[in-house]
Design a protein around this ligand. Structure first.
Ligand code: PMP
Length: 375
């Protein structure tokens, strides 16, 4: 009875390759200012709430039936939203882009296969890879520069990308643009070169694409003629719908057929489909917050510089700030002031989500105070 859970876990017939692993674990704490998971801080506007409720109500009577397994209407609406002449049969969707990625890796990775990503990057890429039984390879970015003052230290360059793909010959390669946690957007030349260098699947995770600064084209423009390229997106960030769990991807229809081999039947509930469609019909209202969030992101960069810190340039709705002597102490100090941000485990760095103007001000004030207490 008094045995610890970890003792019991050690005895359970768990897969050997999962032993000692750490699960995804961004803290979910009840604090006044939550800026640690790159959510959209703005509530869903009233008119969109009403439209979602209407759509969900219409579905409620038919909950005795399984949902449309092919989520046909939703795929059409997502294709319309994305543009680029995409057709509905090029679109896939699931419960968050994490699930899209999991399905892709179930189909294209798995036991005996290798997946390459360029760290620091989104931690779930490696966690999901291992979950499918494949081997994760930690690629590097930034030309090996260890100089924390170099604003381009997290860039990913054509030559280093190609060299690492040629070295590891991965079955799946992840690019992430803008990259989490660094905020770095990719030059499309890197995507093109990575595609040429591999005969495996290339996934470009564009969860934060809507926040990119002008002049940052999407990898969606590269889809024609590239049947092994997948671009994944989400409604969790710019659309302010993290709670609805709707992620999606665009690729050749044959890639979607490959996913059909592994997805669970009826994986998208009719309530999810209805809510996501209602939200997409109001995408202009929902995306209204994007410019305001970008302004707060830029204010965080400027203010952090003024405080003598080293924020990385960001094309996302968050900023990775460097220059902390003791980032763990600073994280705790901010939390004691009611502000939760993210420690991604990068020595000297912390990541903060750009929220409302009020939240940004509270964060920046708490940051300045914390630096005075424990520089
Ligand atoms: N990709 C990246 C780069 C992310 O940062 C996140 C969320 N933090 C996701 C994918 C997953 O988002 P979701 O499952 O909510 O769509």
């Amino acid at each position: 009875m008094n045995e610890s859970r970890s003792d019991v876990l050690a005895r359970l017939p768990l897969r050997e390759d999962l032993r000692g692993r750490t699960p995804y674990g961004a803290p979910q704490l009840e604090v006044p200012v939550r800026l640690n998971t790159n959510e959209n801080s703005y509530d869903v506007p009233g008119e969109v709430v009403a439209a979602i409720l209407d759509a969900v109500r219409q579905q409620a009577r038919q909950l005795n039936r399984y949902p449309d397994r092919e989520f046909t209407g939703l795929r059409e609406d997502l294709a319309n939203y994305l543009g680029h002449d995409l057709e509905a049969d090029q679109i896939w969707a699931a419960n968050g882009s994490n699930e899209v990625i999991q399905q892709l890796l179930q189909a294209f990775a798995g036991h005996g296969r290798t997946v390459l990503g360029f760290t620091p990057t989104y931690s779930m890429h490696s966690i999901i890879t291992v979950g499918t039984g494949a081997t994760w390879v930690d690629g590097k970015r930034g030309l090996g520069t260890e100089n924390a003052d170099d604003p381009n230290q997290f860039d990913l360059h054509v030559e280093q990308t190609v060299a690492q793909i040629e070295q590891h010959r991965p079955d799946v390669t992840f690019l992430c643009s803008p990259n989490n946690p660094t905020g770095t957007a990719l030059d499309l030349e890197v995507v093109k070169a990575a595609y040429e260098a591999t005969d495996g699947l290339l996934i470009v995770d564009e969860a934060y694409a809507e926040f990119a600064r002008p002049g940052t084209p999407s990898a969606l423009t590269l889809l024609p003629g590239r049947e092994r390229l997948v671009v994944s997106r989400t409604m969790s960030k710019a659309f302010a719908l993290a709670g609805a769990r709707l992620g999606y991807s665009a690729a050749h229809p044959a890639v979607q057929d490959a996913i059909r081999l592994v997805r669970l039947p009826y994986h998208l509930s009719s309530l999810t489909q209805a809510a996501a469609q209602a939200a997409l019909w109001h995408s202009d209202v929902l995306l209204d917050t994007v410019e305001a969030i970008k302004a707060e992101r830029d204010r965080i960069v400027t203010s952090a510089q003024e405080l003598g810190l080293k924020p990385a340039p960001s094309d996302a709705n968050f900023v990775l700030i460097g220059g902390f002597a003791d980032e763990k102490a600073l994280w705790r100090s901010l939390l004691s002031r009611g502000v939760l941000i993210r420690d991604n485990g990068l020595p000297g760095f912390l990541r903060v989500t750009a929220g409302t103007p009020g939240e940004t001000t509270t964060f920046l004030d708490a940051l300045a105070d914390s630096l005075l207490d424990a520089p």
